[in-house]
Ligand binder design. Sequence first.
Ligand code: S3P
Length: 425
Amino acid sequence: MKLSRTNALRGELSVPGDKSISHRSVMFGALADGLTEIRGFLNGADCLATISCFSRMGIRIEQKEDAVLVHGNGLRGLAQPQDILDCQNSGTSLRLISGILAAQPFESVLTGDESIRRRPMGRIIDPLTLMGARMESIPGNGCAPLRIHGSRLHGIRYVSPVASAQVKSAILLAGLYAEGETRVTEPYLSRNHTELMLSAFGADVQSEHNTAIIRPAARLKGQKIQVPGDISSAAFFLAAASILPGSEILIHNVGINPTRDGILQICRRMGGDVSLLNERQNAGEPVADLLVRPAPLHGTEIGGAVIPTLIDELPVIAVMACFAEGTTVIRDAAELKVKESNRIASVVQNLSAMGADITETDDGMIIRGGQPLHGAVIESHRDHRIAMAFAIAALAADGETEIPDDGCVAISYPAFFADLQKLFR
Ligand code: S3P
């Protein structure tokens, strides 16, 4: 994709369904009794990988035009997969499904693409092993492929060294099957979609501050789920409308769960003009329409408890920071190094190529705003959020920017470039 400066983005759009919620609705639907009907499902490559894994374990999943229908087989109804389960690029699929497979009465192997085979799995192997799971990293380096020999599990009290919803959810899903109570305490609260949705399916889940508690369930019951728009996808338009003079974008039906809304807090803290319209509840998840207009931005410090609530938005926040007056410091974000790419390195490399004044740190970056950006060839590292963040940077930069490896947007937002182009004025 080649992109150049544009004056304004104007119009309305609906971003695709939330990736985290889409994954979970298929997984929990597969383990429930009866039908789970999912509307607003994200037809992105990651969530399709989850569908494929459960299909391989005997779950009938129908992909209709307006809904995904999951015919659940109950908590003990998964069949042993005849083949390796391929999670492709999806960390959520690999880690959450591992938690489920740890308790099944069969052996299975999970793997994924080159990027996922580099990402740390010790963070789930360790706690699941403490619960009695028998699993191993086949290459022996703490990474996938993972071999899992299902076994009887018992509850644990686990204090996680990282605020990660994928780690928390893997443990909670194993806890669904374990004897006794399972508790996971995080340094900061990560997204709580697993807790909310499992509870809606009838599981016994509680939250106390940064601790999630689950007791084994006898059964889950199929649900009707309306997936809200993904705030992580909306973030690209929030950033674009904030930095491009003359813009005005209305984004419909965006999930604003407080464990995900850090981008809204930071936009406002930087002086951004974002209004929440028509706030409502949608199947236990708060939703609103977001109206965004440009505003003079200023730098800010981003660290601590807000980090897990905007972890996937940090690449595009870094882009916004280049157009803010003063310095923006992002810290406590070392988790960025183990995402689809090393997102600290990817952001610093590409923003430097565009002329930004940016310094990499151990756990984040420092951006001195106000330096005009110029076009460059962007290395996406096949990371969807890097490709989309730099498409936004390109619209506010002098000259032409090329993003050669842009197919990765299909991971979370297949129609991203088409939706963006509809807003050009
Ligand atoms: C996700 C959790 C986050 C996030 C990822 C989706 C989830 O990862 O970055 O895109 O659906 O639970 P971590 O939990 O590893 O931080």
